[in-house]
Design a protein around this ligand. Sequence first.
Ligand code: PPE
Length: 305
Amino acid sequence: MPVQPVDLVWMNGKLVEWASATVHVLTHALHYGTGVFEGIRCYETEKGPAVFRLRDHLMRMERSAKIFLMEIPYSVDELVEATHQLILRNRLQTCYVRPIAFRGFGDMGVNPDNNPIDVTIAVWPWGTYLGEDALTKGVRMTVSSWRRHDPNVIPPQAKVTGGYINSSMAKLEAVRGGFDEAIMLNPDGFVSEATGENLFIVNGGEIFTPPIASGPLPGITRGTVMRIAADLGIQVRERVLSRADLYTADEMFCTGTAAEVTPIREIDGRIIGDPGPTTMAIQHKYFEIVKGQDEKYADWLDVVG
Ligand code: PPE
């Protein structure tokens, strides 16, 4: 997905020109994957640009950092403020927000302890993640031959840069095989998530999603959708799912900041069907919420300015 350049990037407390937002080739994270990051979206609302669940994302980044014994040298409040300033100074209404804290240039070698922790935030306009028609028509997925990490190899609940080699391999395999996205099974062979989204199925009027113990990232959108479903009176259960559960679902969708709520219409040649009513009801409510059109969820909006 191409990135449309904007004017400024936030780097270690300063706003710098887009083209100057660069790092040294010996940046530790470039060699060893030692960074933690977030993906956040800002939507246009009547009250101005509003970042969806900004604090929840930044708190997850802190938890990811804690797992890797990394102390981010800025507080959540400081990063909230930096995000606001960056969106305002770039004069954006709608954008994607990418904060990252990573081990920078200093020592070489696997031990990161003497390397500085650099923190940057970039924003840019970003369209539909899984393709033009994904949100209305649904996408085609395949179960990857690559497994999701064992929790004792790379903790899947940490959003760590190095972990994404796993997602990238699965994504490449899927896209080169003619699919939109890959589903990954955990080391026990049960469904964990897609390469950048959580998964949900609808069966007999109920919604099911794999529990965190099955190895998905604890998605912010996953949590949002669980709350939306509950408020719409639809039961959501966390349940261990096998690939056959996916093949036989009445409806299926994936969730993520980038992918939002995207219907899934086919997996490995098994037709799930056109986007179903439950999926579309949830998607509709999700867009109302992020665009500030439902006051009940106003607490989730971080209005900039
Ligand atoms: N699983 C994975 C592996 C993942 O990367 C994401 C976010 C999710 C689940 C959903 O999490 P949440 O955004 O909190 O609902 N993936 C981000 C990055 C995508 C990318 O290509 O980079 C995102 O959606 O922003």
